[in-house]
Structures are given as C-alpha cells and as structure tokens.
Design a protein around this ligand. Structure first.
Ligand SMILES: N=C(N)NCCC[C@H](NC(=O)CCC(=O)O)C(=O)O
Length: 445
C-alpha cells in the first residue's frame, strides 16, 4: 500500500476583500479597506496548487463558502428581498455585513483538524471542522465546511466526520493551524502535536495580554478524544503568549512540521526543552530533526512579516523535502538568507520554491494557511471525490470558471451591491456541478 500526504487548498471565493476583520492578525488590520483583486487571488492559489500537483504531490481543492452570507443576515433579523437585506445591513450594521462577506474559508488550514487513519483507534480518517469562535466572520464557517468536507471525502467506510466543537470561547478551535503531525512514514502511526494559546478552565495559566489566544487546550483535548488518539502519540504544547502578542495568531505562523522534521522559531513555545524531550520520547527511536531558528538570525517581526514558518514542508516523490514559501520571504533579507542556509544544514530539506500568494498574504494567509493536509493511503485517495483532485483538466476548468465569474477589483463598499450576490451564487452553483459536490450551500437547499 502506498501512502501520501495530500494537500487540499481552499479555492479563493468571489468576494475576497480586505475588511480588517481579524484583531491580532497584523496583515489583516494593516490592509483594512484596501481594494482587492479576487480574480488574481484565486489564480495565485490555483497556480500554487497546480505546481504541487506537477511536482507529483496529491493535490485537491476545497470549494469556497457562500458569501455574502444571507442566511446569517436573516438569522440576525434583516428581512425583505435579498437586495433589501443587503441594503438594510449596509445602512444599519456595516460591520456585520462585512463579517458576512469575507472569503476567509480560503484558509483551509483553519477548516478542520484531520487525523489520519494510522493514528486513530478505529482505523478511520477523522475530520472535525474548526468552530473558529474567536472571530465573528469565521464563526459562520463550520456548518458549510462540514458539508464541503463530507462532499469531498464522501465515503463512510474510510472517513469519519464530526460536528464542530461547542460554540463557546472555552472550546476555541482553529483547526489544523494549531496542529502538526510528526511520523517516520505517512502510513505509520504518527505523533500529533496540539499547540494551544490558553487554558479555558485554568485562569492562572499563561495567556497573552494584548491579542486573543484563539485555541484552547480544552478544544485540543476534545479533538484528540473524538479522533480516538492514543495518549502516547499525542503531545500538548503551550504557545508562547508573548509571540501571540506580537502577531502570531496561529501556531502555523511560527512553526511547521513534516514527517521527522519540526521547523520552529526559538520563541515559539513555552517550556520548549521539556516539550522537545517529550516529543523525542514519544516519537521513539527513529531519527528526528529539530530545526530551531534563533532570534538573532530571524526576529519575530521578520517571521510575522515574511511568513517564514507559514511555509509548507512537503516530501517530494524523490524522498527529498521542499519548502513552499511565499515570495515575501525572498523580499526579506534575513529570511531569504536563512532559507538559502537551511538547505545546507544536512536535514531532509533540500529545496525551496517561492510562490506569489500576495492577495492572500495581505489578509495574513500564507501558503500553509491555504492548505489542509490529509495523509492518506492509496485506497483512501481512491475513495475521495475524484472531481476535487487537481490535474490538467481541473486546473483549466477552474481557471476558466474564475475568468468567467470573478471581478478583478472589489472594495468593501461593493459588498452591499446585490449584483455581487448574484455573481457569487451563479459561480458557486456552477462550481458544485463542476466538482460534483451536490447541494452544499444554504441557497441551494
Ligand atoms: N494562519 C492560518 N492558518 N490562517 C490564516 C487566516 C487568516 C485570516 N484572515 C482574515 O480572516 C482576514 C479577513 C479580513 O480582514 O478581511 C484570519 O485571521 O483568520
């Protein structure tokens, strides 16, 4: 049996815009009210996904969400025709309208936590959509995320889909952005690392003081129970609250792992040595590479600006590892120098590839935010909805679809335009046919 780590990238939705919705995410706030280019954003994402497929990786796409979210606007009391609902929301509660228009589901690292079948006691691959309760615009994602995941991984024999955790701050869950899996081979039992920013039931535990900690220990523990993980193969690590206060709103902004490599900043965690010892002990006898980037080589501000750690580390079919980095890393002197050095350190990482994902970066989403990792064997890959897997045909169909439906300019003032809603629904309706997803959206029910 063959094993792979597939990446499922979020297709950028037609309403991609800069609304400054994410307090604690420096890029989102600093680009608030800038004019976006949804067409370019979607194409940048497709280019990256296709390039990985061309490198021999298993690559899938996850459909975007329905935005503007009329269902939520009606749920909070706006009435009338669709155009009237948009108009009233724009006049009476513009901030709520903006929250209902974000294309934030593109960052599929926040779609769910995924545990491969080798780690789970029942031998199934488990998915739990993230509840994303810390941000209003993201808290409206999980139900549709669950529909899209179920339509993509649509085989009950192999895939187990859970409901998102209770919608309360105690269970703040940001999905795979705060979760990494180490293993020697993708098909063997791995070690799942859960990184949290605060303990909801222990007010004395460290937590940030300026920006929110989006993930709680309690949420991580709940996921581990739901996914039937073994305690001996699970490690809980506290994120360093000081770096959250400097803009590290998810752990994947400061650390990333792949197979037997953990790549992280010196200041990423609390009790680092103690946690590395636990990882070593639980990982067993196989070789393990801890690549720690010291502050004197790359400071926190450079890491946050460039997204050095929001890179993907992938294992190519040759067995070599490659870093998939945003071009922003080339533009930062310290980070670029570090990436030139990292391939010479004698670790499995031998290549670095750069991609322009600037439209997403301006909202705080790098290459690793744009993808959900799903380690699978070949039987499981065959059980996935094949119309979601990237190849020459899907790439050209999706590019044509974007050309046909997407604007190349969108400002927050455009969001109340009923024409944007019509364009978005028309596009998504066509997409569900193209990817054979069935009726995953509220407007299709
Ligand atoms: N690190 C990972 N895995 N994901 C990045 C998510 C970025 C996203 N930005 C936004 O939601 C900004 C939307 C706006 O401001 O319009 C967020 O903060 O949740």
């Amino acid at each position: 049996m063959k094993h792979f780590e597939a990446n499922f990238d979020g297709l950028v939705g037609p309403t991609h815009n800069y609304a400054g919705l994410s307090f604690g995410n420096v890029a989102s706030l600093s680009n608030a009210a800038a004019v976006s280019n949804p067409k370019a954003a979607a194409k940048q994402g497709l280019q990256k996904a296709k390039a990985l497929a061309d490198m021999g990786m298993v690559q899938g796409m996850l459909a975007p969400q329905e935005r503007p979210d009329l269902h939520t606007l009606r749920r909070i009391g706006f009435t009338g025709s669709d155009a009237e609902v948009l108009n009233k929301a724009a006049k009476q509660a513009p901030a709520l309208l903006r929250a209902c228009c974000s294309a934030s589901s593109m960052w599929t690292a926040n779609a769910a936590t995924v545990s491969p079948s080798a780690d789970c006691a029942d031998g199934k691959l488990h998915f739990t959509p993230a509840n994303l309760v810390d941000k209003l615009h993201r808290s409206i994602e999980p139900v549709t995320t669950g529909n899209i995941l179920a339509a993509t991984f649509n085989n009950e024999k192999h895939f187990s889909h859970h409901q998102h955790l209770p919608e309360h701050a105690s269970f703040g869950d940001e999905g795979a952005a705060n979760h990494t899996r180490l293993c020697n081979e993708y098909g063997n039992k791995g070690l799942e690392l859960f990184v949290y920013g605060q303990e909801a039931t222990n007010p004395a535990a460290p937590k940030p003081s300026k920006y929110p900690a989006r993930q709680t220990l309690e949420a991580s523990q709940a996921i581990a129970r739901l996914h039937k993980l073994d305690d001996d193969n699970t490690v809980y690590i506290s994120q360093n609250p000081d770096v959250i206060d400097q803009g590290v709103f998810h752990n994947d902004v400061i650390a990333v792992g792949n197979q037997n490599v953990l790549f992280y900043h010196q200041q990423a965690f609390l009790n680092t040595q103690h946690k590395l010892d636990e990882i070593k002990r639980k990982f067993g006898s196989s070789e393990l590479h801890f690549i720690e980037v010291p502050t004197d080589k790359v400071g926190i501000q450079d890491a946050v600006k460039s997204y050095l750690f929001n890179t993907q580390i992938i294992t190519l079919p040759s067995g070599e590892m490659a870093i998939i980095a945003p071009t922003n890393c080339q533009e930062n002197e310290a980070v670029h120098a570090y990436l030139q050095e990292v391939v010479t350190l004698g670790t499995p990482i031998k290549q670095v590839h750069y991609f322009d994902v600037k439209q997403s970066m301006q909202n705080g989403g790098g290459p690793a935010c744009l993808r959900l990792r799903v380690a699978m064997n070949d039987t499981e890959v065959a059980a996935v909805n094949q119309h979601t897997l990237m190849n020459d045909v899907l790439f050209s169909e999706l590019n044509n679809w974007v050309d046909k439906h997407y604007r190349d300019r969108l400002s927050v003032d455009d969001l109340a335009d009923p024409q944007v809603l019509i364009e978005s629904r028309t596009a998504l309706d066509e997409l569900t046919q193209l990817m054979q997803l069935g009726s995953v959206y509220q407007f299709q029910k």
